[in-house]
Design a protein around this ligand. Sequence first.
Ligand code: UDP
Length: 235
Amino acid sequence: MEPIYEGKAKKLFTTDDPEVLRMEYKDDATAFNAQKKAQFENKGKLNKAITLLMYQMMEEKGVPTHLVSDVDEVNLMVKRVDILMVEVIVRNLAAGSFLKRTGMAEGTEFKIPIVEFSYKSDELGDPLINVDYAREMEIATPEDCAFLKKQALVINDVMTEFFLECGMKLVDFKIEFGKDSSGQIVLADEVSPDTCRLWDATTGKKMDKDRFREDLGGVMEGYEEVLARLEKARG
Ligand code: UDP
């Protein structure tokens, strides 16, 4: 079967139910707007398992997601949603592109989390935008943006607490949202070490995609350890 959509890390397939899609997690890894590419055995499996666990936990905390059900090692059933073309980034500690933009030292803790929007466009390299841009680009209304920010901060609270329980600092993350057929905005896409920066709370060891970005080695070992810790905490 041909996917209806193929992205950098996942493929989407239709199912018998028009409201449900099958999302397959791939082993492909990309960084720096796909200028750096690699394949990691088991990445799809690990990211699927981590996203599933995170989404189940979020649903329990009252955060709606596009998750429908688990399928197999690399597939989830998800609600068909219209993905908003706005990516939401939440930052708790300074890292990544924030350092380049500001010159601040890596690991500086923010007094209050920073919420950012970027335009979901590979062509343009996901540029930073704001509420006014989103309004004029007609990709999200100011009301949508207010909801995205509020919900991203709720998600940040839920995730920060859970990762800390697992001995990890949630440095920053990117999330995407989609509108379902009833117009409700739900968390969609993945929540994994591809999209979150996670540092060991004691040693500061990087356990996420920065291991690939910065050629630190042991990329999948980092992801495996994240999953093992999450599973242990979930019991
Ligand atoms: N991120 C992502 N996809 C993107 C851009 C960023 O998942 O297209 C994640 C990234 O892994 C990090 C957070 O969002 O956890 C903030 O990324 P940043 O803006 O610092 O950009 P990067 O350093 O990844 O270029």
